[in-house]
Ligand binder design. Structure first.
Ligand code: DHB
Ligand code: MG
Length: 246
């Protein structure tokens, strides 16, 4: 089967599973339509299956505090919010005031204005601002889906607001396989490769990439869990033990 045939088949399969497993959500549908009406690049929004995966991860994690980097119209934020329990909170960061205005209106329409805090500005600045705010408990789950050039920096800053057990999810790490090309001219590809190198070098992170094929083509999520110092030490000891037994 040629690659576009596989993407079409995967899209049909995704629709089948979505119809069977994911309840129709008029609030999300309205948020997506509002983004389109305002001329936002909604092709960058997570697919229904990807959004549902975020919701399920929030539930598995029993996350009470979620950080999102890259809001767009707020559709992924609403998926994350669907997984939150009573009293859960989301902070979402958006560079563009015009995108943030659409998202804010979508959160209000969803009745989630008090659950979701949106901060506008370059994410490196808003992240540093969050880090400087004393007394904030760490985030339980972080979803990174902004400009890809800064991915490694975003993970580094997110780690400063994480705890052992925090889950970090990064969107768009496969890019139709472009990630394989170390000489690729696209800065987004180089941003992903720098992220992968940084995660490889960080003993606190246990990571895997789950590839996705469907309505957004061939892409993938990097999923990483932050270890405790003790877990990291144990992991390193095991690796040394393995070396000794080779
Ligand atoms: C791009 C960005 C995204 O966040 C996404 O999900 C798909 C594509 C992009 O910049 O090309
Ligand atoms: Mg994305």
């Amino acid at each position: 089967m040629n690659p576009s045939g596989l993407v079409q088949l995967a899209t049909d399969v995704e629709r089948y599973f979505n119809e069977a497993l994911v309840p129709h959500d008029p609030v999300l549908q309205h948020a997506f339509a509002a983004g389109e009406a305002a001329g936002l690049p909604m092709r960058y929004t997570v697919s229904v299956a990807q959004g549902r995966l975020l919701e399920v991860l929030v539930r598995i994690q029993r996350a009470e505090r979620v950080l999102e980097i890259g809001t767009l119209a707020g559709c992924s934020t609403l998926w994350l919010a669907r997984g939150l329990g009573e009293g859960g909170r989301i902070v979402t960061l958006e560079t563009r005031p015009d995108y943030a205005a659409v998202a804010r209106s979508n959160f209000a329409q969803a009745g989630l204005a008090d659950t979701i805090e949106i901060r506008v500005g370059a994410a490196v600045s808003t992240l540093l601002q969050l880090i400087r705010e004393d007394g904030r408990p760490p985030f339980d789950l972080v979803f990174i889906d902004a400009d890809k050039c800064h991915n490694a920096t975003y993970v580094d800053l997110a780690l400063r607001m994480s705890r052992p057990g925090t889950i970090i999810v990064v969107d768009n790490v496969v890019r139709a396989g472009a990630v394989l090309d170390s000489e690729h001219p696209d800065p987004s590809v180089q941003g992903v490769r720098a992220l992968v190198a940084a995660v490889h070098d960080d003993p606190r992170l246990h990571a895997v990439v789950v590839q996705t094929v469907g309505p957004k083509g061939h892409d993938g999520f990097l999923l990483a869990r932050v270890s405790s110092t003790a877990e990291t030490a144990r992991h390193e000891t095991n690796q040394t033990d393995e070396l000794e037994h080779e």
